[in-house]
Design a protein around this ligand. Structure first.
Ligand code: ZN
Ligand code: ZN
Length: 136
């Protein structure tokens, strides 16, 4: 049986299904993620773009990531919840915010990206490997 994950925004206007095992799971402590989620880090579960089925009218805004590439933050225009990131440099992938999953405990972060941006009060499990920026 193929594993699937369901999720959506806080108000329920946008829902999604992710099919198959995630490719990458990480916390990110870059400044943009801190602003997007309004906290110390964002937590992402990355899947292939064709493994995601998104229902509802999501909105997006484009920005230049700390890496220098364009990326889009996709969010619900009704409640404002961030849903996922689409990265220009990795067009086949989408990085979903773990907090939007219906079962957010089902998350195993492999790495902390942009750990150089860690805030002193944002404690993460020291056993998780750190990358100062991206894992390369
Ligand atoms: Zn919403
Ligand atoms: Zn980030």
């Amino acid at each position: 049986m193929t594993e699937t994950r369901e999720g959506g925004c806080a108000c329920g206007a946008v829902r999604y299904t992710l099919i198959g095992a995630p490719l990458f799971q990480n916390h990110c402590q870059c400044r943009q993620c801190q602003r997007i989620v309004g906290g110390g880090h964002a937590s992402y579960l990355t899947v292939r773009r064709d493994a995601a089925r998104v229902n509802g009218d999501a909105a997006q805004w484009a920005m230049i990531a700390d890496s220098g590439f364009a990326k889009a933050s996709v969010f619900c225009p009704r409640c404002g919840s961030p849903l996922y990131l689409a990265l220009e440099a990795l067009p086949d992938l989408l990085a979903f915010h773990v907090g939007g999953l219906d079962k957010p405990a089902d998350f195993e972060p492999h790495v902390v990206t942009y750990a150089a941006g860690a805030l002193p009060w944002d404690y993460l499990d020291p056993a998780i490997p750190r990358a100062a920026t991206t894992p390369g």
